[in-house]
Design a protein around this ligand. Structure first.
Ligand code: SME
Length: 150
């Protein structure tokens, strides 16, 4: 099962790296990451970026139902990941103090900070309708993918 998930991430990694080769535009790179992950990874209900703008988070490319447009630094799972600079793996969002429910169907979530040249430029947020859909494999593989793309 773990191997299967790692194989899927490897396939996503290869596809994204090939897609963005030579592309310098940040939104184009973010959109490619979202498009590949959302299409290939089972259980990804909402997949998208929030970008750091003027000290807050503003939505970027995403797939899934309509997302909240702005999130304050330190608020919700996304704001917490951004403020701490640490990936947040949340098996049950209802147990996360201050979780922001953009869609009530989301049950578990992972948020990974995105750095470019050592500066935080955003977070990648992935929600699932399944409880505890994300684990250390997702954390490691998503951090690896983002480090390669940004
Ligand atoms: N649940 C997130 C908000 C973003 S939506 O899930 C798309 C949070 O608590 O930060």
């Amino acid at each position: 099962m773990i191997l299967e998930k790692e194989e899927r991430y490897q396939s996503c990694f290869d596809r994204v790296v090939a897609l963005v080769e030579g592309e310098t535009d940040l939104i184009a790179r973010m959109a490619s990451v979202v498009g590949v992950l959302h299409g290939e990874m089972p259980g990804f209900f909402w997949t998208g970026f929030y970008r750091v703008v003027d000290g807050g988070l503003i939505i970027g490319p995403y797939q899934g139902s309509v997302g909240c447009l702005r999130i304050q630094m330190g608020k919700g799972v996304c704001g917490t990941a951004a403020e701490r600079g640490e990936t947040q793996v949340v098996p049950d969002v209802h147990a996360f103090p201050g979780h922001i429910a953009c869609d009530a169907r989301s049950v578990s979530e992972i948020v990974v900070p995105v750095y470019q040249d050592g500066t935080l430029i955003g977070v990648l947020d992935i929600d699932s309708e399944q409880s505890a859909n994300f684990d250390e494999v997702d954390r490691a593989q998503l951090e690896r993918l983002l480090a390669a793309v940004f």
